[in-house]
Design a protein around this ligand. Sequence first.
Ligand code: SF4
Length: 147
Amino acid sequence: MFTMWNVYRSSPVSKVTQGKYNPRKNILAVYFGYKDQVLEEEDFVIWGCTSCDTCDEMCPQHIKLSETFTYLKNESIALGRGPDSVRYQAKAIYECGKVIPRQVAIERRRKQLGLPKVVDPDIKEIQTLLRGLGIDKKVGIETLKLD
Ligand code: SF4
């Protein structure tokens, strides 16, 4: 029988961190009404999940556990918490349409390898979508500075 204990054992992050990241604890906390306590803990308690979906694949009842972990991350951001790296990635997407902005060195290497030019994304469309979802405000994009 698959138990919540298997969530803990199937997670590669739990293995690598020797249990510091504990998805079983997060799932049980959400389902038993202790979500707010999890959200008050250090960021790694929630953001340790890499969204690899291994726990979803291991669940014989096809429960999408990783959706609960994504929900916790979204709640964390809505509370003004979460790692700065995630905020800066969101800002890069908002301003450049990519997590890694266009770089001359990358374009030169692509040309040397005979790869086609990367087509620039429609940044106005991306910004419209992100503003429509309220992500610009949730992440505080206006206040972040990209180097
Ligand atoms: S999705 Fe998150 S909790 Fe599930 S196995 Fe991957 S890292 Fe672990």
